[in-house]
Design a binder for this molecule. Sequence first.
Ligand code: FAD
Ligand code: NAI
Length: 464
Amino acid sequence: MSKESYDVIVIGSGPGGYVCAIRCAQLGLKTACVEKRDTLGGTCLNVGCIPSKALLQASEKYEEAEKHLQAFGVKTGNVSLDLKTMMKHKDDVVGSNTQGIEYLFKKNKIDWLKGEGTIEAKGKVKVGKTTYEAKHIVIATGSDVVSLPNIEIDEKQIVSSTGALELTKVPKKLAVIGGGVIGLEMGCVWSRLGAEVTVIEFLDRILPGMDGEISKEAQKILKKQGLNFKLKTKVLEAKTSKSGVKLKLEAAAGGDAETLDVDTVLVAIGRKAFTDKLGLEKVGVKTDERGRVEVDHKFKTNVDGIYAIGDVIAGPMLAHKAEDEGVILAEMLDGQSGHIDYNLIPGVVYTWPEVANVGKTEEQLKEEGVAYKVGKFPFSANGRARAMNATDGFVKIIADAKTDKVLGGHIIGPEAGTLISEIVTVMEFGGASEDIARICHAHPTLEEAIKEAALAVDKRPLHI
Ligand code: FAD
Ligand code: NAI
């Protein structure tokens, strides 16, 4: 095989692409990964999951020191914010993670082809002036920010999530357009650091797609923490001036327009598949009505030898979904078989308390006409949560009315993102709520709330 010839070329080094490349290399395939950014790791490591979690963690500590430690008998004196150091913490975390991928590429002998990759023809990828050959091409080019037609993102006064991770001072007033995952996570960061945050959501609820009861509870708790919500509201226009941004709002059902004056606006209304300059039209790779690359259950596009994974195809735009697709595709290219149960991909919102879900919501089951039972248990009745002063929220388990098989798990509460994995595991094994109820859970742990919710499915919780 010549220097310019590979078994697999992956375009994009996000969690889908870099994981796929590592698994291909582990399986003995000669692998290269094309990345146009200066660092590896894609949206997730550079401007997504990792920096946002670094700021969420840091702002949580700030708020804890400012407001919550006193109740534990810890006197802190005057707490003040050093935003520069907080941002350095975030940048350091991003740096160590992206360099980590570079190390993994070297360790696995994966070539990083630096630059923008264009598919020239079947089996040919051009990067810079060189055309490389590959038996298999994997498109893992991810997603990009969506903007509103009448609102231009300048990443200064009107920012996307990328700009919201880089603000150099805390805005006095921040408007967040979109009450989804990014809006709530970044809204919480800046609210904890002192901004007055107003979330403007087009629908009648935040976190659409999550179980209705959970999203209501999330709104109640976040409101208590100081976030303002304007639901069923449209943003008609945004006028920037030296003094800030004037938003014109209108109730979604019509009615009088009102204005909102803020310093900064975060636009977080979803993301779109990114395929710019990839050359898809030239080679005839089909995309759907939302610009996502169309694939079959083996991640094959309509063109032989070209595959796609991650945010650029349909499904939840989540890093772990992209990673799992990357591994399975690599194993399929090696002649193995693989399968993902898309119903069992957990979703987590890293607010405090966290929100986590897996499987079906009550709303979905009603629509599907499936008979179900529900068990709930509040963290206010959990000893460990009381010891942590973190009693907001509850665990909700939904099981089939006849078979007791677990159909969904929904948690709002401390460490919900970690706790959900127990329910995911039980569901992967086709388990019932009775199984969770019979498993010995250590005491005193937050996990006991899951056991109690499972007991509650059968109307026999012990501690409430
Ligand atoms: P990406 O990570 O988008 O990577 C694609 C890469 O391809 C990019 O680096 C891009 O530069 C490169 N590329 C594109 N075109 C070309 C080309 N032609 N040539 C060369 N390179 C190219 N998900 C979670 O699961 N948990 C979270 O906590 C979470 N937090 C998030 C927070 C924010 C603020 C954002 C924006 C997203 C978050 N996500 C989170 C979503 C997650 O980042 C994405 O689902 C994930 O990154 C998708 O991975 P991917 O590999 O498909 O694509
Ligand atoms: P989202 O789809 O989660 O939320 C967008 C919200 O904006 C929705 O509530 C929607 O109804 C609302 N909206 C749409 N148009 C609007 C308009 N014109 N005016 C007002 N509201 C409007 O998308 P978001 O938050 O931008 O995140 C993008 C993707 O990134 C998500 O798919 C998510 O999976 C991923 N992500 C995941 C995280 C995690 O797993 N913790 C964290 C951050 C992002």
